[in-house]
Structure formats: structure tokens, C-alpha cells
Design a protein around this ligand. Structure first.
Ligand code: DGL
Length: 270
């Protein structure tokens, strides 16, 4: 069982930041990554659609005999984690709770900001996750939907991005939060712009926390692969324009091997 790969899925290639963190902490593990680039973005779509896509992505990963599933997409974790956990024969974790636990360790004032896609913020998933651990913290959410296309366009350091960041975040600054959770795969790439607006507060990028959570669960369940090769197989449902350049931005290294796959055989309903 422990020689089987870890399955990771995201709406696109932003989830490669989670792959990068897992590779760093668990370098021997083989990884199968599915980026549903044909149906990206998830963060502007309905809950029902994202639950269905997430189930199809899970079925693809299970067909590849994975031992564990990581939902690297915040939008998908927000609305589909429970469904996938109930349906999956292998353990599943998402990206929300590990970041929430980290934010609670860092905050002094208990005023915590969360930014994410519209689906993530309006689903209330962060609010629910914080309430599992704390009754007293105050959670202030802001949807920042334009951040995803800005990152995909490579406008990490562009005046337009700074203006948009100010427009989204200034009220959150006025709210006096001391910790900000980056609740979307793409937002860590905008950290410099976000810091210009929000200043010297705590920032949480959950990818490292997810990797630590995985390492902990592997140790508890005896699932570590101690003599694998650390292969990463990347499957994408569409090889969209610039995907390689964007993917390398997230992965932090050349992306040489990838395949296009169809999820047709895993489709649910019509
Ligand atoms: N991966 C998505 C997330 O983390 C961002 C891109 C999208 O909207 O699909 O929420």
C-alpha cells in the first residue's frame, strides 16, 4: 500500500504549489497530479457543478490506484470535501483545515482575514472550519475573483494588480486583522502586492501545512514510501495556452512531463 502514489487534484495548475511543498517534505513519494484545466475556473461556478467535477477527478485518481487523496483546490475543498471523504475508499484531506490551524497558532488578537474565490468565501467553509477549533476568533472574508486571472496573465508585479489588490483589501486592513489566510492556490504568487496593502501582519499559505499534515497522517497510518523515486506525473484535461509557463511559475522548476487526458469515462450524469 505504501508504494502507491499520492493523488492530488486541482481545478488547474495552481495546485502545483502543494505538489512543490509535498515534494520538499516527502521526496520519495510518487505523485499523480490532475489539473482540470478544461473546466477551470472552479471559483466562479456553482456548488453542484464543483461537487460533480470533484467526484469525477477523484474517480480518475482512484483508477490510478492512489493511496491517499489531497484536494489542492480551495474552491473544491470548500464545497466538496465532505462528499469526497464519504465516497472515497482511501483517506482524503483538503487545504482549508491545515491553514486554519496555522492561523489560530499565529493570531494574537483573534481577528483573522480570509481571501479566496467567490465560491470559497460565500460557501462559509472557512467560518465552519474555524468554529471547530475556536468560538472566540472573528473571521473576516473577502472574495478576490480577479486575482486568479491576474496570476495566470503573469501580472504579479503590475500597477493594475496593485490597484486591484488595494480595492479588494483596503477594508480588510481597516478591520484591523492581524493574520491573513491566502485561501486560493494562486494568491501566494501575489504575496508581495498583498503585503504592500496589508503591511506587517501574519500570512498563511497552507501548502506547507498540508504537506506536514500528510507526513503526520502517513506516519500514523504507516503509509510512507521510503524507497520510491519521487516521480510526479502531471495529467491535465486541456493543454490550454501558456499552461507550461504558468505551471512552472507554481512548481518552481521545469515541467517536462505532462499528459492530456479525458475524464469522459469518469463522467457522472449528463
Ligand atoms: N484552484 C482554485 C482555488 O484554489 C483557483 C482557480 C479556480 O477558480 O479554479 O480556489
Amino acid at each position: 500500500m505504501n508504494k502507491r502514489p499520492i493523488g492530488i487534484f486541482d481545478s488547474g495548475i495552481g495546485g502545483l504549489t502543494v505538489v512543490k511543498a509535498i515534494k520538499r517534505l516527502l521526496p520519495r513519494e510518487d505523485i499523480i497530479y490532475l489539473g482540470d484545466t478544461a473546466r477551470l475556473p472552479y471559483g466562479t461556478k456553482s456548488t453542484d457543478a464543483i461537487i460533480q467535477f470533484s467526484r469525477e477527478n477523484t474517480n480518475f485518481l482512484l483508477s490510478r490506484n492512489v493511496k491517499f487523496i489531497v484536494i489542492a483546490c480551495y474552491s473544491s475543498t470548500s464545497v466538496a470535501l465532505d462528499t469526497i471523504q464519504q465516497a472515497s475508499p482511501v483517506p482524503v484531506i483538503g487545504v482549508i483545515e491545515p491553514g486554519v490551524r496555522r492561523a489560530l497558532k499565529l493570531t494574537r488578537t483573534g481577528r483573522i482575514g480570509v481571501i479566496g474565490t467567490a465560491l470559497t468565501i460565500y460557501s462559509g467553509a472557512y467560518e465552519r472550519a474555524f468554529r471547530k477549533f475556536s468560538d472566540s476568533c472573528e473571521i473576516l472574508g473577502r472574495a478576490c475573483p480577479l486575482f486568479v486571472p491576474l496570476v495566470e496573465e503573469g501580472w504579479l508585479d503590475h500597477p493594475a494588480t496593485e490597484l486591484i489588490a488595494r480595492t479588494y483589501l483596503e477594508s480588510l486592513k481597516e478591520d484591523g486583522i492581524d493574520t491573513l489566510l491566502l485561501g486560493c492556490t494562486h494568491y501566494p504568487l501575489l504575496l508581495a502586492q498583498i503585503k504592500k496593502v496589508m503591511g506587517d501582519i501574519n500570512y498563511v499559505d497552507a501548502s506547507n501545512e498540508v504537506a506536514s499534515e500528510l507526513a503526520k497522517q502517513f506516519a500514523e497510518r504507516g503509509l510512507e514510501n521510503l524507497d520510491g523515486n519521487g516521480n510526479v506525473a502531471i495529467y491535465l484535461t486541456d493543454l490550454s495556452m501558456n499552461f507550461k509557463e504558468i505551471g512552472e511559475r507554481f512548481l518552481g522548476e521545469p515541467m517536462n512531463t505532462f499528459s492530456r487526458i479525458s475524464l469522459r469515462e469518469f463522467r457522472l450524469g449528463s
